[in-house]
Design a protein around this ligand. Structure first.
Ligand SMILES: [Zn+2]
Length: 182
């Protein structure tokens, strides 16, 4: 059995990073499928990482969302049909394809998750996740190694909902600070 000691901490960190942002908004499967297709068509995913295409499906479980390496399908719980869950599972797919599947939620996974968020929603979204990982003492590898250029979705989607959605005092500042270099 693989050791996956940091799973719980990773979940808690990601919940905090996604709270009140575009990441936790319910989305349609069609929207998430189109976003995934666009990501998988991109140079960063195909060439730089060398990853294959991934499909999206809904499952019936209220609890679990997961990536199946066998079918290459990300199966989303109807309760978690959102961008935050999608990027988490896409990072599992990328970790699998880049030979870093162990431990499941370890530094390799987390680095890829930061990069997937950058590829999907831009640098601010990625920087926020990286900052929360650090706050939780969750190390990443060199996230600067190969970074995607541009983002699949307009970065305004994350920025607008982030500013609108944050409860006052939730973060140290409501004004976006300088972006953390990835
Ligand atoms: Zn996971």
């Amino acid at each position: 059995m693989m050791r996956d000691e940091q799973r719980r901490q990773v979940y808690a960190a990601e919940d905090l990073a996604g709270e009140g942002t575009a990441l936790s908004e319910p989305r349609t499967v069609e929207f998430l499928t189109r976003s995934t297709e666009a990501l998988c068509r991109g140079r960063w995913w195909r060439v730089d990482l060398g990853c294959g295409a991934v499909d999206i499906a809904l499952n019936r479980s209220e609890q679990r969302s997961y990536f199946s390496p066998l079918t290459r399908v990300i199966s989303l719980s109807p309760q978690a049909c959102d961008l935050g869950t999608l990027t988490h599972e896409l990072a599992h797919a990328a970790a699998f394809d880049t030979d870093g599947y162990e431990p499941l939620h370890g530094p390799h996974f987390r680095t890829l998750h930061v990069q997937v968020r950058r590829a999907m929603l831009g640098t601010r979204c990625a920087a926020d996740l990286l900052a929360v990982y650090r706050q939780f003492g969750l190390a990443t590898m060199n996230a600067q190694s190969v970074v995607p250029s541009g983002s699949v979705l307009p970065t305004e989607l994350y920025l607008q909902e982030r500013i609108a959605g944050r409860p006052p005092g939730h973060h140290t500042s409501r004004r976006p600070g300088p972006p953390i270099a990835l």
